[in-house]
Design a protein around this ligand. Structure first.
Ligand code: PMV
Length: 335
């Protein structure tokens, strides 16, 4: 009899960006993110005794492009998933947001799928020391940033002397000593464009290998990390804003300085960034922006400024918005 495991998992937005990797999806610098709530993937894996067949459905329709990526991911990770050849799997997934729109859909998708697969592993009586850590480890091998979506609120991925138990292989939550101003912190995502990106994240990571500015970029991100950890603790939003906007712009600078160079921001992206900075100057409300590897703008602000920030957002013409805020990470729906 077939059994089914269903998990939901959110996207996350990096404050300190992961950009460039080595080895088996190991990051060149540590990154920190906010886990989101509303932007999520809901994935179910149905399995029964078989010979390792995998079918993948996205929004109820068989999707061969995603299916081949998932087959590759699963077959490359037989050591973590030793049962894979003895069962057949029907995987169904959907998102609450458009995929490949610069809101890391691979993060929510791979973390939700990894949660289902590790949950099946557990049901098959394999010994797992730390279930969330194993989900994070497996998610990372699907898409680096996915390893951060597993945990709640503020999450770190990457080895750093600044945080005990940090690792390049999995993410860890860093929620002790986070100032209360960050409780339910908002990330309202302004969708400037919801079509697929012209240059994928994986192509972008590879271009860092030959980027002449990479060492400076990693040095800067490590300094930014140290300062961000202090501002998260003290609630110093001036410093938080400076670091977060610097990380976003230096991510996109790396794209513009790579060979070949490319630009993912659109005129509307720059218009919105200018409007946010103007609004902040005029009102003294601590609203800032960050960007993923795409044109959409993430507006970050404390929850108590919700209504003022809506006035700002409503002033942008013809854009759609996903209103989001900090959330809890992977969550089991059914077993
Ligand atoms: O996980 P990937 O390979 O999709 O890379 C994500 C890269 C950024 O979103 C630009 C930054 C990050 O840390 O999430």
């Amino acid at each position: 009899m077939a059994k089914i495991h269903t998990y939901e998992s959110p996207s996350n937005i990096a404050l300190i960006k992961y950009w460039g990797k080595h080895g088996t999806q190991l990051p060149n610098n540590p990154s920190v993110s906010f886990t989101l709530s509303n932007s999520k993937s809901i994935t179910s894996v149905e399995y029964e005794k078989g010979t390792g067949k995998i079918e993948f459905y996205f929004n109820e329709t068989r999707n061969e492009q995603f299916e081949s990526r998932i087959k590759k991911f699963i077959s490359q990770n037989k050591q973590t998933l030793p049962f894979i050849n003895n069962y057949n799997f029907i995987i169904k997934s959907k998102n609450t947001f458009p995929h490949s729109a610069g809101i890391a859909s691979s993060a929510s998708a791979f973390s939700a799928l990894s949660a289902c697969l590790i949950s099946i592993k557990q049901e098959l009586n394999y010994n797992i020391d730390d279930v969330k850590q194993e989900i994070s480890y497996l998610s990372r091998l699907g898409s680096g940033s996915a390893c951060r979506s597993v945990y709640e609120n503020v999450v770190l991925w990457g080895k750093t002397d600044l945080i005990n138990n940090s690792s390049n292989e999995f993410a860890i939550p860093i929620n002790d000593n986070i100032h209360e101003i960050f409780n339910n912190y908002h990330d309202d995502i302004i969708i400037v464009e919801d079509s697929e990106k012209s240059v994928s994240s994986s192509a972008g990571h590879s271009l860092m290998d030959t980027n002449p500015f990479k060492e400076e970029k990693y040095k800067q991100s490590n300094i930014n990390l140290e300062q961000l950890l202090i501002s998260l603790k003290t609630g110093d939003l001036d410093s938080f804003i400076k670091i977060v906007e610097n990380e976003a712009l230096s991510l996109h600078s790396m794209m513009m300085l790579s060979e070949p160079s490319y630009i993912l921001m659109k005129p509307k992206t720059l218009e919105i960034i200018a409007a946010i900075r103007d609004f902040r100057k005029q009102t003294k409300i601590p609203v800032c922006f960050t960007l993923d590897a795409g044109p959409n703008v993430h507006i970050l602000y404390p929850k108590k400024y919700y209504s003022e920030t809506q006035d700002l957002i409503n002033s942008f013409n013809k854009v759609s918005v996903i209103t989001d805020f900090l959330g809890l990470g992977v969550n089991q729906i059914t077993k």
